[in-house]
Ligand binder design. Structure first.
Ligand code: GLN
Length: 525
């Protein structure tokens, strides 16, 4: 089998996920089948129980896996749907091995890091049957956390059955004098060498393109050919990176190192798609009223979905992130459209409800996602249906009108990890609604991550007062989409449309919001 391993050096947050996704894309466009995989060194089984402030967005796949946000980059760049097998953590590997030990699978043996943990890692990597498996090792080399994974990869790379290429992404700082410094890269490559791995390609993450002198130095000190030191400079947009890497011959370097057979080229319009991001005729301002606005990574897929929807509408979308706790109506009038995203707990809920009321009463385009949609129901119940004190039992367990509540089966669940309603569910769309116009289909499949649902006891009252439930999960009669017909654009979804948005296939609910924001600008009201 053929493998590409991407490691990182010096510091985290260099964009290793985007670099890995870009490598995947250039190979896909050359006609190869690629499965990307992310290794995370933390002991959590998955990131589902982590705070987005610490770890960024929890990304959800069709199969219900809660994964690292880099899987979002992979799916978006490669335009493919992945499974949970593409994310491996220390916690999940140990869990499997410890379960086997308790079952007696290793009876008589001492269970050890090598070979038992490394074998489990290797088995997970070997399960994919594609032209190239692309493995991103999270964190930086030298971290204790990812050592055992690097060891497993080193062992695999020594197996004559396999062909490997190691790509190391490192940081090249520019100091005050303007000089590009290579020493941090030299040190991180030494670290990698001490783990038994000589990188084949070095990618220098730097504000600017690497100078010829920088490349020469890195090549010399790190033992790679001068043509194998590549620049990864600051770009106007991350979607340019595949093009930038391809221009530097990375595809050919990979093809020759892995002895890949030439393939009929996959017909890609990627460069055309990317160009669309920057050939915009319109411009709109969208306000996002959320809880983790200090860290944009917490809403990574939303940010990208707006980019896709903007490109589709030939419109530049400027996003402003606003803390729901600090919101006042005076902050909202500057925006052409609003988005209330998903979230957990009670903090910021009232600010989001104020936002929704403002959007409803002033005909301002609004999209509510998950918690955002639930609060659209709460706001309507309180202010239109006159259900005083209506709320979600998540925010107010003693509310007299629990319009959003846990399903009976969720009330029995006490373990928090992996127990929400997760992954793709079908949603049947009601005819002649905004939802049906946006999707142009009568059934869609979208991804979920939540516990609470619209309380069926209130559906009749809400409907009688003009609220429309335009999407449903038929098997259980769960409400998936809500809207208000007389409004210019007031729509909410219990699912997360941002997880399936791609440049090639922008999410209809985002496309609609951007379009409605443009129309509102034109109308001038
Ligand atoms: N906290 C809400 C629930 O669990 C919404 C979750 C979300 O917005 N992702 O139902």
């Amino acid at each position: 089998m053929k493998y590409i391993v991407v490691t990182g050096g010096v510091l985290s947050g260099l964009g290793k996920g985007v670099t890995t996704a870009s490598i995947g894309r250039i190979l896909k466009d050359k006609g190869y089948t690629v499965i990307p995989m992310k290794i995370d060194g933390y002991v959590n089984v998955d990131p589902g129980t982590m705070n987005p402030y610490e770890h960024g967005e929890v990304y959800v796949l069709d199969d219900g896996s809660e994964t690292d946000l880099d899987l979002g980059h992979y799916e978006r760049f490669l335009n493919i749907d992945l499974t949970g097998a593409s994310n491996m953590t220390t916690g999940s590997v140990y869990q499997t091995v410890i379960d086997k030990e308790r079952r007696g699978d290793y009876l008589g043996k001492t269970v050890q890091l090598i070979p038992h943990i490394t074998d489990e890692i290797k088995n997970r990597i070997k399960q994919f049957k594609v032209d190239v498996v692309l493995i991103e090792v999270g964190g930086t080399v030298g971290d204790i956390e990812n050592r055992i994974f690097i060891e497993a990869l080193r062992q695999m790379s020594r197996d004559p059955e396999n062909e490997f290429i190691f790509i190391h992404l490192s940081y090249v700082p520019i100091i005050l004098s303007g000089e590009q410094k290579t020493k941090p890269t030299q040190h991180s490559v030494k670290e990698l060498l001490s783990l038994g791995i000589q990188p084949d390609v070095l990618v220098g993450r730097c504000e600017k393109e690497l100078s010829a002198e920088t490349k020469r130095k890195i090549a010399l000190f790190c033992g790679v050919g001068p043509g194998n030191v590549l620049s990864n400079p600051d770009l106007e947009d991350i979607y340019y990176l595949p093009l930038v890497l391809n221009q530097q011959n990375l595809t050919e370097i990979i093809i020759s190192k892995l002895n890949l057979k030439r393939m009929p080229v996959y017909s890609s319009k990627f460069s055309d798609l990317v160009e669309k991001i920057h050939t915009c005729k319109e411009e709109v301002d969208i306000g996002i009223i959320g809880k983790y606005t200090g860290l944009e990574d917490a809403y990574m897929s939303i940010k990208e979905a707006f980019k896709h929807a903007g490109a589709y509408n030939s419109c530049k979308v400027n996003l402003s992130w606003i803390e729901a706790e600090e919101i006042g109506v005076e902050h909202l009038s500057q925006f052409d459209g609003l988005l209330v995203p998903g979230g957990f707990g009670s903090r910021g809920v009232e600010g989001k409800i104020t936002t929704i009321q403002y959007a409803r009463e002033n005909n301002v385009p609004l999209l509510g996602i998950c918690l955002g949609m639930q609060l659209m129901v709460v706001e309507f119940a309180r202010n239109v249906c006159n259900l005083k004190g209506a709320s979600s039992t998540e925010a107010d367990p003693k509310t007299p009108h629990p319009v959003i509540d846990l399903l009976p089966e969720q009330k029995e669940i006490y373990r928090k990890g992996g127990t929400m309603r997760l992954g793709a569910y079908p949603c049947v769309i009601k005819e002649k609604t905004l939802a049906s116009r946006l999707y142009g289909m009568d059934q869609v499949s979208e991804r979920h991550r939540h516990r609470w649902e619209v309380n069926p006891k209130y559906i009749e009252t809400l409907t009688e007062n003009g609220f429309v439930f335009s999407g449903k999960y038929p098997n259980k009669n769960l409400m998936e989409m809500v809207e208000l017909p007389k409004h210019r654009y007031f729509i909410g979804s219990q699912f997360h449309p941002e997880f399936k948005s791609r440049l090639e296939k922008p999410a209809p609910l985002f496309v609609g919001l951007v379009r409605a924001a443009i129309n509102r600008q034109v109308a001038g009201d």
